[in-house]
Ligand binder design. Structure first.
Ligand SMILES: CCCCC/C=C\C=C\C(=O)SCCNC(=O)CCNC(=O)[C@H](O)C(C)(C)COP(=O)(O)OP(=O)(O)OC[C@H]1O[C@@H](n2cnc3c(N)ncnc32)[C@H](O)[C@@H]1OP(=O)(O)O
Ligand code: NDP
Length: 336
């Protein structure tokens, strides 16, 4: 490459890097590292953070939450524990699980157990279920929440990157569900299974293709088992969350923070969801108040999905004066 082109290419790369840096610093200054941004219409939709179900709704019930040490899984564990459940949280990082378990137990007075398990490994899943049986007996509530994801152009994905995400999300959910399902059937015990997917499981999405493919597979798995295993007392439901700030998701899907404003602008309720809100929904779906609910796919996204889907939704930015002009132009049209 000639010297001048090399210099200008290095300058372009530097400019890109500088742009991203300035962008992320300004996001940080504006909103802090964890602060929630929101549009003005968010005032109509305040998040309620307290537990919605009557206290004791999960007394004498055992709940397994995969990925329960962090983010949304942690919030679901806290709510179920507050409502009386004995919880088991399972994932790879035992120290994180133990810290979360202790914090939640000390707040709710109900025992939370931490069990190490890599859901990609069917043998590890079987051993984890042995451990759960010994600790609490088979669970009444199973929440498949563990996941892996990152944004990446598909042409940059290695076979192992594809395998890693699809193994955690699709195979991991299948291994946990089948292992517990079989043992519950053998013991003639019914249970509520809930899978946490995402709104793009339905639409597909570029730049998160392994996650989109695997989450779509999870939805097919849960809808199929809802039809097949109702006869054994099992219910299967799905929650598709829209964006809810967690370190795990946002650090891998919006590393600079630049994407967040665009997301909020297109969400009709003008804000992100909160972990406590999805925890309340998950608790309801997993509770006996929802004993007639099976095979349901619940989109929980502040309206983001329909906002992205409607061809004319961008017309929200047209002002009343501009509408007067547009209407006059349309009315003037005669014939085809
Ligand atoms: C802001 C938007 C909000 C809306 C959100 C909507 C949907 C969200 C869905 C979610 O699932 S969010 C949950 C996100 N949480 C997590 O991902 C937590 C767990 N994640 C992890 O542990 C890791 O990120 C990972 C990579 C999933 C698994 O870790 P590990 O098993 O240690 O894998 P490796 O680091 O060995 O990597 C395996 C393979 O993948 C390649 N790879 C890793 N990162 C990237 C990357 N950023 N881009 C491209 N490729 C990547 C890595 O190089 C390895 O492949 P090789 O071929 O090199 O072996
Ligand atoms: N936050 C959001 O905006 C959205 C989240 N979701 C979904 O919500 C769920 C929770 O995500 P969120 O809380 O945001 O992110 P987190 O990263 O906090 O949660 C993911 C959890 O999965 C666990 N995990 C990852 N790999 C494995 C593995 N191989 N075996 C066992 N556990 C594993 C992690 O624990 P460890 O590292 O200890 O293994 C972690 O606790 C996911 O299913 C995600 O797809 C969907 C849409 C939007």
């Amino acid at each position: 490459m000639p010297d001048t082109r090399k210099r200008s290419s290095i300058w372009l790369q530097f400019k890109d890097f500088f742009f991203v840096l300035v962008l992320s610093l300004s996001q940080f200054r504006l909103h802090g590292s964890t602060g929630l941004r929101s549009g003005s219409q968010a005032n109509f939709f305040p998040p309620l953070e307290d537990a919605m179900l009557p206290s004791g709704s999960f007394n004498n019930r055992m709940a397994l939450i995969t990925g329960g040490g962090t983010g949304l899984g942690r919030a679901m564990t806290a709510t179920l524990s507050q409502l009386g459940a004995q919880c088991i949280i399972a994932s790879r990082k035992l120290d994180v699980l133990q810290r979360t378990a202790e914090e939640i137990s000390s707040q709710t007075g109900n025992k939370v157990h931490a069990v190490q398990c890599d859901v990609r490994d069917p043998q590890a899943v079987s051993q984890c279920v042995d451990q759960i049986e010994a600790l609490t007996g088979l669970p009444d509530v199973i929440i498949n929440n563990a996941a892996g994801n990152f944004v990446c152009p598909s042409e940059r994905l290695s076979p192992n990157a594809w395998k890693t995400i699809t193994d955690i999300v699709l195979n991991g959910t299948a291994f946990v569900t089948l292992e517990l399902g079989k043992r519950l059937i053998q013991n003639q015990k019914g249970a509520s299974f809930l899978a946490i997917t995402t709104i793009y499981a339905e639409s597909g999405s570029g730049f998160v293709v392994p996650s989109a493919s695997a989450k779509a597979g999870v939805e097919a798995l849960y809808k199929s088992l809802a039809a097949e295993w109702g006869r054994y007392g099992h219910r299967f439901n799905i929650i598709q969350p829209g964006p809810i700030r967690t370190k795990g998701a946002f650090s891998r899907l919006d590393p600079t923070g630049a994407f967040e404003k665009a997301m909020i602008d297109r969400i009709p309720t003008g804000r992100l969801g909160t972990p406590a809100e999805i925890a309340n929904l998950a608790a309801y779906v997993s509770s006996n108040y929802a004993s007639w609910m099976s095979g349901a796919v619940i989109r929980f996204d502040g309206g983001e999905y329909v906002s992205l889907a409607g061809e004319f939704n961008e017309l929200r930015s047209v002002t009343p004066d501009q509408w007067k002009l547009l209407e006059a132009m349309i009315r003037k049209t005669k014939g085809s």
